[in-house]
Write a protein that binds this ligand. Structure first.
Ligand code: ADP
Ligand code: MG
Length: 697
């Protein structure tokens, strides 16, 4: 019987098996060396590899190739070229040369560069990143060979998210291998940063989606009264998946398996119409590509089923938002996970050393990591009693938390708490061992047994930035601790104790959703940036600049340009939201309310004529309430228009972004409030857009 998992798996990936079959042994070995040992690519192999790729792709129906890259928009970019050129006699031949594989030159002036490049210096280069697999993108429009590349400027500055990600992998690889070999006497050649991102999303009916300008232009609803039924009963979480959604998920899985994305888990999430997909973890650069492909595939396939996939962090007010849990660990070339505590974690110095480095890194760079996990949309999620607050802290759980306390209090740990036996009280079910640690869903950064789960990350952003910063700051902490041992000749135990003592304030095992924690965190001096706009400054903090430069991840100019891009992006996001609100209020809601009032006034007159006093006065009250709310909405609309026009006169950059945050964003709610109230009064036949209830159920 045909099996869609087996038949489709990696069908569209130029994977190891295909390379082995189609390349000469010599070329295959050279390419493997680059992929596995991070050696520089030998350019002499390019022509043969390109020819093999072209033949493979054309056999599968491809006509074009593209360098596939990840500019600062947070999306992916591609420019298609046909496998075609002219020979000496001006005859068309099918060709894809090594040069075309390895390097591309493109007019990059329309991509955000944050001032790194003027439009007259428009050259941007793409360069093949052979550590991420080449794949075929299939759609009804045809088949394209996609070559993952980096994207940089004429002067070599990164204009994308992949270049710094690859640099950060080199940095953490270098520091981890040094610590492993020189302190712990291992024989390690390289390590892999493994990442498994869990992706949450919403699905809504496409016809209804198309009736809502807010969803179309901003990805979230800017208006909308609460539906009579919400997620109160938690009926949706892990509930039976509806058949139309299962059909959608099946197609998503098949498409992803073809691309070598190991999509494994799928389930309903907490909110109605909310779902999650999780692949098996992969090396971080591959996981980053794959997460982009997952987001693209979800959106594309949803349309085949007349649905729209919403990746925004907070599509609906008052309903759980969406995140992306970035599961992260370090694994050596011999397959050892450095965060596996083993049977006796208190004696496992290597584990404690790397654990401590993460604690130190997160504490020293809390604001930077909060920034790197976010975009403007994440502000609605963080601290909304459904997702971790905007304050970073680490959850270690009972077992590791206890060991850390022992070390801080007495210099060393002598015992490890054991996981209990789980007794279900059912005769036929065997007793089994529980995990040593329970889960803590409220923590933004949780140790979950053998990996860290960074839960703060927003659902719509690329995980590249998150992992660039995480890799970078952990690399630096490892370096510093290793220096203490190797250069300052301190005992490893001493270094671990001192470091934990200095950074224990970042550890919090309690409930992160409470008000007490906010107060406690403030006492501990932990940063709490309520908005993305406020977190951007962490990028150009002298400490960040130093850490990133020292580890060859970012030069100062690159960080400055990224801060500019984010400020600009923040201002534009709020600008589009405010303008959409203005448009919807002026052209849809207010006219509908006026129409309703007109009808109501006519009815009141009729009732008066019929001498129905009781109902007349009751309806007059409704008319009065409606007109009060309408006036409120009109005033709020005028105020919002004025603030937006002032905002546009502000100089680009931080000033403009902060103006949008402080003056525009804060009054957008004043317009939403009366309109949402009006939605509950006005006839649903007149109401111009689908309601929350219609969108979610
Ligand atoms: P959940 O957190 O929902 O219980 P899991 O912990 O099993 O689910 O896995 C969530 C994600 O974490 C998956 O993508 C999985 O592949 C990934 N993951 C599991 N182990 C590791 C690891 N050592 N490093 C990175 N990611 C991992
Ligand atoms: Mg999880």
């Amino acid at each position: 019987m045909p099996n869609c998992l087996i038949d489709n798996f990696e069908k569209n990936v130029f994977n190891d098996k295909v390379m082995k079959e189609r390349l000469s042994n010599d070329v295959y070995q050279k390419l493997k060396k680059t992929i596995e040992n991070r050696e520089k690519l030998d350019l002499s192999i390019a022509d043969e590899v390109a020819a093999a790729m072209k033949d493979w792709a054309m056999e599968k129906g491809a006509t074009h190739f593209t360098h596939w890259f990840q500019p600062m928009t947070g999306l992916t970019a591609e420019k298609h070229d046909a496998f075609m050129s002219l020979d000496k006699n001006n005859k068309m031949i099918l060709e894809f040369s090594g040069k075309e594989l390895i390097q591309g030159e493109t007019d990059g002036s329309s991509f955000p560069s944050g001032g790194l490049r003027q439009t007259f210096e428009a050259r941007g280069y793409t360069a093949w990143d052979c550590t991420s697999p080449v794949f075929l993108k299939e759609s009804t429009a045809g088949v394209t060979l996609c070559i993952p590349t980096i994207f940089c400027s004429y002067t070599g500055e990164a204009l994308d998210k992949k270049t710094p990600l690859l640099r950060s992998i080199s940095a953490i690889n270098k520091e981890t291998v040094r610590a492993l070999n020189e302190i712990f006497k291992e024989n390690c050649k390289s390590i892999t940063v493994s990442v498994g991102p869990e992706q949450e999303y919403f699905l809504v009916d496409r016809d209804k989606f198309l009736k809502r300008e807010d969803l179309m232009f901003t990805g979230r609803t800017l208006f909308g009264a609460k539906a009579p039924k919400g997620q109160e009963v938690e009926a949706h979480y892990f509930g039976t998946i509806k058949e139309n959604v299962l059909e959608f998920m099946k197609e998503v899985n098949i498409e992803l398996w073809k691309l070598g994305v190991y999509a494994k888990t799928q389930h309903n999430e907490a909110a109605p119409a909310q779902f999650e997909i999780a692949p098996i973890y992969a090396p971080v650069n591959v996981a980053t590509d794959h997460n982009q492909l997952i987001m693209e595939t979800l959106r594309r396939v949803a349309r085949h089923h007349n649905m729209e996939c919403l990746l925004h962090e907070k599509p609906f007010k008052g309903v759980n938002g969406s995140g992306k849990h970035n599961n992260w660990s370090l694994i050596t070339d011999s397959g050892k996970n450095l965060f596996s505590p083993g049977k006796a974690p208190h004696e496992n110095m290597e584990f404690l050393f790397f654990l401590t480095a993460v604690i130190k890194a997160v504490d020293e760079n809390a604001l930077l990591l909060r920034h790197a996990a976010s975009g403007p949309g994440n502000d609605f999620r963080l601290g909304a009693h459904e997702a971790p607050p905007a304050i970073l802290s680490i959850y270690l759980g009972d077992q590791i938390g206890d060991i850390v306390n022992q070390i801080i209090n007495s210099g060393q740990a002598t015992t490890s708490k054991k996981g209990d036996v789980l007794n279900t009280g059912v005769d036929t079910i065997p007793t089994f061992n529980k995990d040593a640690t329970d889960r803590n869903r409220t923590s933004p950064f949780a140790f979950t047994g053998n990996k860290f789960e960074f839960r703060m990350v927003g659902s719509s952003i690329s995980i590249a930035c998150t992992n660039i910063m995480l890799n970078g700051v952990v690399a630096d902490a490892i370096r510093e601790m290793t220096d203490q041992v190797l250069i300052n000749k301190k005992d490893v135990r001493e270094v671990i104790k001192e470091t934990l003592t200095a950074h224990q304030k970042i550890i919090f095992n309690g409930n992160n959703y409470t008000e007490e924690w906010k107060k406690e965190a403030k006492k501990r001096g932990l940063p709490n940036a309520a908005s993305f706009a406020e977190s951007i400054k962490a990028l150009v903090d002298p400490h960040t600049i130093e850490v990133m430069a020292r580890n060859n991840i970012y030069q100062k100019s690159e960080l400055e340009s990224r801060a500019e891009i984010y400020y600009d992006n923040y201002a534009k996001t709020i600008n589009i939201e405010a303008n959409t609100m203005i448009e919807m209020a002026s052209k849809q809601y207010i006219p509908a309310v006026i129409k309703y009032m007109n009808n109501l006034a006519k009815t009141i007159n009729n009732m008066k004529e019929a001498s129905k006093e009781a109902i007349t006065s009751n309806l007059e009250k409704t008319l009065n309430d409606t007109s009060v709310l309408l006036l409120e909405a009109k005033d709020a609309l005028d105020a919002l228009k004025e603030k937006v026009s002032i905002a546009e006169t502000k100089p680009d950059g931080m000033k403009k972004a902060m103006y949008y945050r402080k003056e525009v964003f804060t009054i957008m709610g004043n317009l939403r409030y009366p309109i949402d109230k009006l939605e509950l009064i006005v006839d649903s036949n007149i109401w111009p857009v689908p309601s929350y209830g219609e969108l979610m159920f």
